[in-house]
Design a protein. Structure first.
Length: 357
């Protein structure tokens, strides 16, 4: 039993230490073609399989250097730093680290307005409210359904699993993190669902696709009580939400057949963009399953899908890091990631603090 516990601790330490570098890699892989379509990427790049410069991104086009990352990494760092600072979940610490990241972000002109580069509208609106002194339980953008929480929540889920946070308390924390920036039933549901998926990947000793799909569907069904289909929510009922994930399942007429997930399947059954939280996860889970969660091909599957490439790829990178029980072998070009030493340092601190040493 002692050897088993030590092995589990060693695995959790490795997963925590590689978490933020993995997020940054997925972010940097997708950032250059963010908002581009799959067709555009194929026409202009063939198939992307390594980090490329961000010169094509209209908001990050000033650099020829591959490895630049965006708010996906920046806000994941903010969540990790808050957990380290408070030695646990604290809305006050999260407000502090979020505002610090917000104030440090470069401003650009977009559609004639001065905005924070790369930051979504819901998160930006929430930061302005927090700066004005609004309580974080009331600062979220009403009806916000983007993926601004999904892309940054992995450090919190890692902390909850590592410290054995009771599930009810964990969901309360996830709801509070979500509501701070995205005040909608749909956003809170998708945060809970993704937390259940990440928790499964962290806890399971052996990944199983059937179990993985069961976790998704069970979680959606479990948290559907939260959904009342208000006017600010996109889906009229919970069945509409459940249906977008069904393409990942085996054929209903022959459930014993395991049909591999392909790029064409993902694009056919999603909105091909992934800026909206449910479709973010539908695309990310597809990219992950298309390559059994193997880090590099899964990340670049997400990139080549187009749409919100940096967010989807960073989410897939997180899933792969949590699935992998052996040391994660990242591509050699991960050394090009901007501020990699700092990112590694925060990730090591997160793992050490969560594990209590």
């Amino acid at each position: 039993m002692e050897n088993t516990n030590k092995r589990n601790q060693d695995i959790l330490r490795r997963q925590g230490e590689v978490l933020l570098p993995a997020i940054a890699y997925g972010d940097a892989a997708g950032l250059p073609v963010e908002t581009r379509t799959a067709e555009y990427i194929t026409e202009h790049h063939g198939r992307i399989d390594k980090l490329i410069p961000t010169k094509e991104n209209p908001f990050y086009g000033s650099t020829e250097h591959p490895g630049m990352w965006s708010d996906d990494t920046q806000l994941s760092l903010a969540v990790a730093k808050a957990l380290i600072m408070a030695k646990g979940f604290s809305l006050d610490a999260l407000v502090e680290t979020h505002l610090e990241a917000y104030d440090e972000t470069v401003e650009i002109i977009r559609k004639g307005k001065l905005v924070k580069r790369g930051w979504g509208g819901s998160t930006t609106g929430a930061m302005d409210k927090l700066h004005a002194g609004v309580d974080p339980t009331e600062s979220g953008t009403l009806g916000g359904e983007g993926n601004g929480v999904l892309m940054k929540m992995a450090p919190l889920v890692y902390w909850q699993v590592t410290t054995n946070t009771p599930m009810r308390e964990a969901y309360t924390q996830l709801d509070q993190l979500t509501t701070m920036t995205h005040d909608s039933e749909l956003a809170r549901i998708m945060t809970r669902v993704h937390a259940d998926v990440l928790g499964y990947l962290l806890r399971t000793e052996q990944f199983n696709k059937t179990t993985f799909l069961s976790v998704i569907h069970a979680s959606l069904a479990s948290h559907s009580f939260m959904y009342r289909g208000k006017s600010t929510d996109t889906f009229k009922n919970i069945d509409d939400l459940l249906n977008i994930f069904l393409y990942l399942d085996p054929p209903r007429d022959n459930p014993k057949i395991d049909v591999p997930v392909t790029t064409e399947m993902i694009l056919t059954h999603t909105d091909k963009r992934g800026f909206h939280a449910p479709y973010t996860l539908a695309m990310a889970y597809g990219a992950f399953l298309a390559h059994q969660g193997e880090f590099t091909p899964s990340v670049f599957e997400a990139v080549n899908l187009g749409g919100d490439t940096d967010s989807i790829a960073s989410i897939v990178a997180t899933m792969s890091a949590f699935k992998t029980k052996e040391p994660l072998l990242m591509p050699i070009d991960h050394q090009n990631i901007e501020d990699l030493d700092m990112i590694k340092s925060v990730s090591r601190q997160l793992a050490a603090t969560a594990l209590g040493n």
